[in-house]
Design a protein around this ligand. Structure first.
Ligand SMILES: Nc1nc2c(ncn2[C@@H]2O[C@H](COP(=O)(O)OP(=O)(O)OP(=O)(O)O)[C@@H](O)[C@H]2O)c(=O)[nH]1
Ligand SMILES: [K+]
Ligand SMILES: [Mg+2]
Length: 463
């Protein structure tokens, strides 16, 4: 049986071909009954031939006895799959061995694979990296895949799925193509510089498109839903010392994460817990009680508390209902994005008094100790995150990297629009080109060699 020797790069390969060696790794999780060994590269077919004695038909699972290529010792019996280039996940020749998941079996078969010349163990993310280099996916799809594998909540899974299968990439490529068309119009002016009205007309045609793009970018940049789903909504628990903030975070997390004591000023450092609320990830942060600090350490704790409160999507102001009526205002805070009152220690009798004024509709009565009222608060928190993340189109920008590229593109479009009448054709075209380049970096269509290590480092070995 002859095995295709060359590593066929998929059409549209972007940033140069992948390495000529063949990589192998266990791609399944630990401890399963079945393990999957994946191979990619020109020697993948040789490996299958050497271990299984034949190369099956493409994309058909066949049962085969796997032997060590040198000793001929049978190692296991399993399913073998052969995916010749370029119709494979990486765009190279690939093979998959589905074997028994025992540690010794996996070690023996992987050892046999690596005994075939031209093979070596894969590094983390190397399969996906090859898929990107061979034009099988863009960079945003690779990032989406990493997020899909890492998704902890259903909302994260849904976002990552649309991201992994091209949603963001298509949107960005659409922006970029429109921008390139506008740029071509402006550049047409350069070519026809002798004929007076051509440049002016071409420019006038390009402008509405650039304005529309600028609006769409601004809208995408203003949309925080992607970050909120991916990183989790940040919910800060704030209040006076001893209000029961740490007790509340423990109750919501159903774990003893924070130290509770009757001593005011117990919490100093920020303490963060990630929770799955109704399928949404939230980051709850316990903070130091806000008051005139009694020492350097407490003062630093309060400084950190204020900084985190200022970043929060929602602040829960915890108030000890036994200590008197709720404050009209949450004292000593910069205006947070959203502020709710949580009257705590309901078990101590007081509370339940009507809360009017600024807290109307945003106040809750709970007992962190008895658990009373926590279900209502939890549901409201879930509703808050759902409201803030659901609805409309999928968010366009998800990672900081995407936001940075979009902001860079937007800055160049802004400069182009500001100088639309005065800039000469070459300078105007240059602003548009720089904007298109920033967008191209988002999908990896342009100049991303420096980014690859960062993007692919997130993957596990075998992906
Ligand atoms: N009766 C009652 N006591 C509570 C409740 N929640 C907290 N406490 C008590 O209030 C005291 C202070 O609780 P903490 O959770 O440490 O309060 P904190 O707001 O984190 O305090 P600092 O970190 O010092 O700012 C402790 O003695 C708790 O046991 C509650 O719902 N009912
Ligand atoms: K305390
Ligand atoms: Mg505390």
């Amino acid at each position: 049986m002859s095995v295709q020797e060359k590593s066929a790069a998929g059409k549209g390969a972007i940033a140069g071909a992948a390495g000529g060696d063949t990589i192998a790794a266990v791609s399944s999780g630990r401890g399963g009954a079945v393990a999957v060994i994946r191979l990619s590269g020109p020697a993948a077919g040789d490996v299958v031939l050497a271990l299984a004695g034949r190369v099956p038909e493409p994309r058909r699972a066949v049962l085969a006895r796997l032997r060590h290529p040198d000793s001929g010792e049978p190692l296991d019996q399993g399913l073998v799959l052969w995916f010749p280039a370029p119709r494979s996940a990486t765009g190279e020749d690939m093979a998959e061995l589905q074997i028994h998941g025992g540690r010794a079996v996996v070690a023996a078969v992987l050892g046999a694979v690596l005994a075939v010349p031209g093979t070596r163990p894969a590094q983390a993310g190397e399969f996906t990296r090859r898929a990107f280099l061979n034009g099988r996916m863009d960079l945003t799809e690779a990032e989406g895949l990493a997020d899909l594998i890492g998704a902890e909540t259903q909302a994260q899974r849904r976002l990552a799925f649309s991201h992994a299968f091209g949603h963001l990439g298509q949107r960005v490529e659409d922006w970029r193509h429109r921008l390139v068309r506008a740029m071509a119009l402006v550049e047409a002016g350069i070519d026809f510089a002798d004929e007076d009205d051509v440049p002016a007309e071409a420019r006038a045609l390009a402008r509405p498109e650039v304005e529309a793009l600028q609006r769409e970018l601004a809208q995408a940049l203003g949309d925080r839903r992607g970050a909120m789903v991916r990183e989790g909504a940040l919910i800060a628990i704030a209040g006076l010392p001893n209000a029961g903030k740490s007790s509340l975070i423990n109750a919501l997390a159903a774990r003893d994460v924070a130290i509770v004591s009757d001593e005011p000023g117990t919490t100093r450092d920020l303490l963060e817990v990630s929770l799955d609320l109704d399928g949404h990830k939230v980051m709850l942060v316990d903070t130091a009680g806000l008051r005139e600090a009694e020492g350097k350490v407490e003062a630093e704790g309060i400084r950190r508390a204020r900084a985190r409160i200022a970043e929060a999507d929602l602040v829960l102001w915890v108030h000890d209902v036994a200590a008197g009526p709720a404050p009209d205002e949450a004292p000593e805070m910069e205006a947070p994005a959203e502020l709710w009152l949580v009257g705590n220690k309901l078990d101590r009798g007081a509370g339940g008094e009507s809360v009017a004024g600024r807290w109307a509709g945003r106040s809750f009565a709970v007992s962190a100790r008895s658990g009373e009222g926590l279900d209502v608060l939890t549901r409201a928190l879930g509703g808050f995150v759902t409201d803030r993340t659901a609805g409309g189109e999928h968010p366009a920008l998800i990672r900081e990297r995407h936001r940075a590229s979009a902001a860079e593109a937007s800055a160049h479009l802004g400069a182009a629009l500001a100088g639309w009448e005065e800039l000469d054709d070459a300078l105007l075209a240059e602003e548009l080109r720089l904007a298109a380049r920033a967008l191209g970096r988002m999908t990896g269509a342009i100049g991303v060699d420096d980014l690859l290590d960062v993007v692919f480092r997130e993957f596990c070995i075998g992906k």
